[in-house]
Design a protein around this ligand. Structure first.
Ligand code: ADP
Ligand code: MG
Length: 895
């Protein structure tokens, strides 16, 4: 019988693993938005997103509501790593019955304690602080917190049952009670659970503590979770401390198979049967009771106290925690057992004493083991969600069980190591209880609030309202109209260049075409077979040596023809005379589909004798010089047009082309009657907007921030392409760098250290924004990226950096959307439709690879142009395919 009792109190290893798995499952359930309401392990967000960094300073008041006391504490921190805070405290006993009376009386009592404490502490007027005193409130009950200083009580526990408090914000209740007192001004800035206070107490400079476990009358744990996984708290990033409330683990039955008959008895006799099952197996409030019930059962089975009157054991609470501790802690606890049992009035034989000791050891060992399971679950969860292979972490621990049970630490460490071998936890005893930690939380909260204020000030000019975006849309529309009108075209900042492309593909195009792509990242020659079954392409990249880019126009075009001849040879296409489409991504004034005057070279090209010339003619002349007859240039297109055409082949509704890569630009199908710069009123023509230069006439000056001006000043074309400089890949990284420098100067980042690296132009590339903004990208990886830039970033630095990147990329996407909104609204008006359905063909690495750009763009566009239903289609190799399709459509139309 004794064997059976002991076996029921010990949990086999494979069971421990299963329980750990259940705990992790329950934690995930508590964190998920969808399952949170049913979860037993509540995983309550605390809105505490940072641990102390040692720079905290000031004077903070802490009010801690405990089982039978109110503790008031005044802590002064000196910004010295929190090594030696100055503390004054006083403990007030709660009056009899107040914990079951009216809530108002409880809070009035607490406020009186505060008042009395302050009066005593600041007895002379000179020592009275002039500023308002921030207060941290430790309230160790289950609350639903919605911000740092707002916590609605969900349910009382630990013998409290004051009326009129459940469902109310306890911060407000205490603040009003305090306001009724005549005090120097006190502001509650944060409310927290006692576990959080413990975690903070154990964090000091260079040694952060990210888990806290309280093993006391009850049991609970909190830890720093990845904020994006805390779905019940909106709008936070980085990490957030989550109060697990793991005492309720098992309330859905997952602990049933380890629950012993003794546990059942304890549960039934408790004030809340069926609830807090885990806590009832591990809390010191219950351990004596478990032992008592085990002894009653064993007596009934005649395994102990044979022939002894054990009626004393029927009394609840006779077997105290202290009794158990005396028995289990001592090597020769048998003597203690004898003494205690006799004290209780039990006649105990030598064997009885030994058996009582064995039971006590089993109950205590199990309590420690169960704590280890919970801890192991949290360790593995943290390790996994941070994408780490191993995790080293400090765990702050407090409570009677930890403090007084000599084997607690050893068991917790060895069992958790067994269950989570990938993690290494170090237990740190909490210093001075949760009060000091609460002061730290308060200090951290204030530090963060001050920092937040400054961050917002820096970023405010980059945050655009709906009204701002509507204004941009209206301005774009104005510039479009001016650009289309013959009289105003010359002074419009959006050029609205006619392309002479009047049809998008209808899918019936057939044939083999050549295409050239000049002006993107590479020069390429392509052959495009447009067949019934689809489009097949082959291409080759050719190098254009710098000497040729910057030599004579003749040499450049000769080189291009050489490449075409080489390509046709390789592709076995020499005998054919193929129509050729030429994607030429430089600003041109087009006079026909195959007539385009180069306005200016960009992107490192400067071949002489080309500006002002017809580029198609230059290419044809080169072909003649080389006596190459295997091609016929039929069309020159801009890359936006190529993109639109390429997507138009798959989707006939595609009548807009958009590029968001190195630069940004758009084109769309306009009504000929609106195109004042080309003769004729029939049909439509694709207009190359050249919208990158939107704002070059000053109409967007109100939007440019200090950062944008600095970036613009350092470009090769200051004052030009202003819209593009707010949006495209070439500039976003540099805008971010400017902001980061200002923030570093303001001590908001990198501990104020402006490293030489940070002062290097273009050190942040736009692909860096993509990496930083990728949700869930583990801190380690961002830190690795940053350390490549010789930047030593703390976790909080990376979180703030992510916010900066998000602000910059969001603005870019929103502005791009405002431009597009002007386009789609104009098309809808042109066609006299209530609702327009249209597709945008898109190309550009920023649009394609940035994790949020496209969704931000689409969301904003919906807001700004609700009457347009706009789809987006990614173009695959738009420049090549599009040019061929323009050629195809042109020859199709000609036939
Ligand atoms: P182009 O516009 O010259 O034809 P791309 O469309 O490939 O070329 O765009 C290149 C630009 O894309 C670069 O300026 C770079 O800033 C940006 N870029 C490259 N990789 C990424 C990325 N992962 N996320 C966002 N932007 C990127
Ligand atoms: Mg491109």
């Amino acid at each position: 019988q004794m064997q059976r009792a002991l076996r029921s109190l010990s949990i086999p290893l494979e069971r421990l693993h299963i329980m750990k798995g259940h705990m992790i499952q329950d934690m995930c359930k508590g964190l998920s938005r969808h399952t949170h309401a049913q979860a037993k392990v509540r995983m309550l967000p605390t809105y505490i997103c940072s641990t102390p960094n040692g720079t905290e300073k000031g004077t903070f008041l802490v009010v801690e509501l405990c089982q039978s006391q109110v503790r008031i504490l005044l802590v002064t921190l000196y910004g010295d790593g929190n090594m030696s805070p100055h503390m004054v405290y006083k403990i007030f006993d709660l009056p009899e019955g107040i914990t079951r009376g009216e809530g108002e009386a409880l809070f009035d009592f607490i406020a009186q304690c505060v008042s009395q404490f302050l009066a005593e502490t600041f007895s002379s007027d000179t020592s009275k602080p002039e500023e308002r005193i921030p207060l941290g409130f430790v309230f160790p009950f289950t609350c639903r917190q919605t911000q740092l200083d707002k916590a609605e009580l969900l349910s009382w526990s630990k013998g409290f049952s004051c009326s009129g408090v459940v469902g109310k914000d306890v911060v407000q209740l205490l603040q009003s009670a305090i306001n009724k007192q005549e005090l120097c001004q006190v502001d509650i800035v944060v409310v927290m659970n006692d576990t959080v206070g413990t975690m903070m107490t154990c964090s000091t400079e260079g040694r952060t503590c990210e888990i806290a476990m309280v093993a006391d009358k009850g049991s609970n744990c909190c830890f720093m979770a990845e904020a994006h996984l805390v779905e019940t708290a909106d709008g936070t990033s980085g990490r957030m401390c989550v109060n697990t409330e793991w005492g309720c683990f098992g309330d859905d039955g997952t602990l049933n198979d380890v629950f012993t008959p003794y546990d059942e008895c304890v549960d039934v006799e408790s004030s809340n049967p069926g609830e807090k099952r885990f806590e009832k197996m591990v809390g010191t409030l219950y351990l004596g009771e478990i032992v008592r019930h085990a002894l009653i059962a064993l007596t009934a089975e005649k395994a102990v106290f044979v022939g002894t009157d054990i009626s004393v054991l029927k009394e609840k609470g006779v077997f105290t925690m202290q009794h158990i501790l005396d028995i289990v802690n001592n090597e020769d606890g048998i003597d203690d057992a004898k003494r205690i049992l006799e004290l209780l009035g039990l006649q105990a034989s030598e064997r009885d004493c030994s058996r009582v000791q064995q039971i006590c050891r089993a109950v205590m060992g199990r309590a420690a083991t169960l704590h280890a399971i919970g801890l192991a679950a949290i360790l593995s969860y943290m390790c996994q969600t941070r994408n780490m292979e191993t995790l080293m972490v400090n765990v702050g621990v407090d409570g009677e069980l930890f403090g007084n049970y000599s084997r607690f630490e050893e068991i917790v460490i060895s069992v958790s190591r067994l269950l989570s071998p990938e993690c290494k936890a170090t237990l740190l005893p909490s210093r001075d209880g949760s009060g000091r930690g609460a002061a730290m939380v308060t200090a951290v909260a204030l530090r963060l609030a001050a920092q937040r204020h400054e961050v917002n000030e820096v970023l405010a000019p980059l945050r655009l309202t709906h009204a701002d975006l509507e204004k941009v849309q209206a301005l774009m529309r104005e510039e479009m109209d001016r650009g289309l009108c013959k009289e105003t075209n010359a002074t419009a900042s959006v050029r609205m260049l006619p392309t002479y492309v009047s049809h998008t593909p209808d899918g019936t195009e057939r044939g083999d075409f050549l295409a050239l792509d000049l002006g993107g990242t590479n020069f390429r020659v392509l052959v495009v077979h447009v067949k019934e079954e689809g489009i097949i392409m082959a291409s080759e990249i050719y190098i254009i040596p710098a000497a040729i880019m910057q030599g004579t126009g003749e040499a450049l075009f000769d080189h291009i023809i050489d490449c075409v001849i080489d390509f046709q040879m390789k592709q076995n296409l020499v005998r054919d005379m193929l129509p050729l489409g030429f994607t030429f991504s430089f600003p041109c004034q087009q006079l026909g589909l195959d007539k385009a005057l180069l306005l200016t070279w960009t992107k490192g090209f400067s071949a002489s004798g080309c500006v002002g010339q017809d580029v198609v003619q230059l290419l044809r002349e080169a072909a003649q010089r080389k006596q190459h007859t295997g091609m016929q240039v039929v069309a020159l297109v801009n890359d936006t047009v190529g993109t639109m055409m390429a997507c138009g082949y798959d989707d006939p509704k595609c009548e807009i082309g958009l590029i968001v890569g190195t630069g940004t630009n758009a084109c769309y199908m306009e009504e000929m009657r609106n195109v004042g710069t080309v003769e004729g009123d029939q049909g439509r023509m694709c207009i190359n907007m050249e919208w990158g230069s939107f704002g070059d006439n000053g109409c967007l000056d109100h939007l440019f921030t200090h950062f944008d001006k600095v970036v613009d000043d350092t470009t090769i074309n200051p004052g030009k392409q202003r819209f593009e400089k707010l949006i495209s890949g070439m500039y976003l990284g540099e805008i971010v760098r400017q902001i980061v420098m200002v923030m570093t100067e303001k001590q908001l980042l990198f501990q104020g250290k402006l490293s030489p690296k940070l002062q290097t132009r273009n050190i942040f590339q736009t692909k860096f924004l993509s990496a930083v903004e990728l949700n869930g990208l583990p801190l380690r990886q961002i830190q690795a990226v940053l350390s490549e830039l010789e930047l030593d970033a703390s976790f909080e630095d990376t979180v703030l950096l992510r916010e900066v990147c998000q602000t910059v990329s969001l603005r870019a996407a929103q502005l791009c959307a405002a431009g597009l909104a002007a386009v789609v609204e104009k098309m809808r008006e042109n066609r006299g439709l209530d609702q327009l359905s249209v597709t945008v063909g898109v190309d550009g690495t920023l649009y394609k690879l940035h994790p949020r750009f496209s969704s931000n763009l689409q969301k904003t566009l919906k807001d700004l142009a609700p009457k347009c239903n706009v789809s987006f289609l990614l173009s695959e190799d738009g420049s090549g395919k599009g040019a061929a399709l323009v050629a195809a459509v042109a020859s199709h139309a000609a036939n």
